[in-house]
Design a protein around this ligand. Structure first.
Ligand SMILES: NC(=O)c1ccc[n+]([C@@H]2O[C@H](COP(=O)([O-])OP(=O)(O)OC[C@H]3O[C@@H](n4cnc5c(N)ncnc54)[C@H](OP(=O)(O)O)[C@@H]3O)[C@@H](O)[C@H]2O)c1
Length: 329
């Protein structure tokens, strides 16, 4: 089968198309023919061994992914496609079912096929959703869900979401709205309308207004893009308020520090733990019209280098999709 592989850590050019062996499903696994997958920030960070995050994070990254070279040669953690074969003990899926899934840090989705245990994070694709849309449900959605649940976000609470136009941000706005929070979203001018359409009660254009200076205070500040900081934003938190982080080693330390000292907390918990129930929860929201995928660009699988370069600009709006095959008859 065709797959995008890499054998050394580095820039997008280390990625190349290669023929690799077709996997065989184990007893409890399904073999999925992948129609669409995505390029995420996690794919890019793993591919370059997190070199942008400093030496310590690079060392940790290599300990996890392979010290000299990547153990898992195929990146990609989100996918949508069709079940091609099932192991003997599989009961939830049958051949031909349309599914979407996330493989998380097991990766392997930048390929024509992958095997997934039926009790892992895989579910039937919501009817009416394209494979491209379905492929983008999990990454930002599960990440945002993890953060908002850690914060125990509830009806009537005031949350500000910084970086509201990225994969995690667009999901965060919709989920916060679903949980009944009062949502203020911060993004740049070009994304204001999109973010408003996702359900934000208020939008702030950070090129025109600095939210830390407008006198408003919030129960939660969710930095969905890792570009703000507890220090800069703590004046905009209410007493007992929480800064939710998605990135940055310093936030781990701040999380420990603020759990003992001060009345405002930092919450940053890694690695996030996602379950199949979380995937089913997002599926239900999609089916109820409460959650939708935001797609910026689609590339063919062969253009993965170009797609990864674009994701690395840190300017994508929502998600970037790779179309793996058009053989969908
Ligand atoms: N996605 C993952 O797999 C994953 C997993 C774990 C952690 N993370 C971390 O979570 C963070 C967000 O990931 P993501 O995939 O959601 O991001 P993303 O989609 O790449 O975010 C891109 C968006 O961020 C906004 N942005 C860029 N620079 C900004 C700045 N200086 N200030 C405010 N907004 C800015 C841009 O929108 P505007 O033009 O509207 O500002 C752009 O639309 C990253 O730090 C990533 O490392 C990601």
């Amino acid at each position: 089968m065709r797959a995008i592989v890499y054998d050394r850590y580095g820039p997008p050019d280390v990625l190349r198309l290669e023929e690799i062996e077709l996997p065989t499903p184990k007893l409890d696994e399904v073999l999925v023919k992948i129609y669409a997958t995505t390029v995420t920030r996690a794919d890019c960070a793993t591919r370059e061994a997190n070199r942008r995050s400093g030496l310590l994070v690079t060392v940790i990254s290599r300990l996890v992914s392979g010290i000299r070279r990547p153990r898992q040669r195929v990146l990609g953690s989100e996918l949508a496609g069709r079940v091609e074969a099932v192991g003997a003990s599989v009961t939830e899926f049958t051949v031909g079912d349309q599914v979407f899934a996330t493989t998380g840090f097991r990766f392997g989705a930048h390929a024509e096929f992958t095997c997934i245990p039926e009790n892992a994070r895989i579910a039937h694709k919501p009817p009416g959703l394209s494979f491209e849309e379905a492929a983008t449900i999990c990454d930002g959605g599960l990440n945002a869900l993890w953060c908002l649940r850690l914060a125990d976000l509830r009806e009537g609470k005031k949350i500000l979401i910084y970086g509201a136009s990225g994969a995690i941000g667009t999901a965060g706005v919709q989920l916060a709205r679903y949980f009944g929070a009062d949502v203020t979203a911060v993004c740049s001018t070009k994304n204001l309308e999109l973010v408003r359409s996702l359900g934000a009660d208020r939008v702030i254009d950070y090129t025109q207004e600095d939210f830390t200076r407008n006198g408003e205070t919030y129960d939660f500040i969710f930095d969905a893009v890792g570009k703000h900081s507890f220090k800069r934003s703590s004046g905009s938190l209410k007493r007992g308020g929480i800064y939710l982080a998605t990135d940055g080693l310093r936030n781990l330390l701040l999380g420990m520090w603020t759990s003992r000292i001060g009345d405002k907390k930092v919450i940053f918990s890694i690695p996030p733990r996602y379950t199949k129930q979380d995937v089913l929860f997002l599926k239900e929201l999609v089916e109820a019209g409460r959650y939708r995928a935001v797609i910026d660009r689609c590339y063919p699988l062969e253009a993965v280098v170009e797609a990864a370069r674009y994701v690395e600009t840190e300017q994508k709006t929502g998600n970037v999709v790779l179309t793996v095959t058009d053989d969908r008859a």
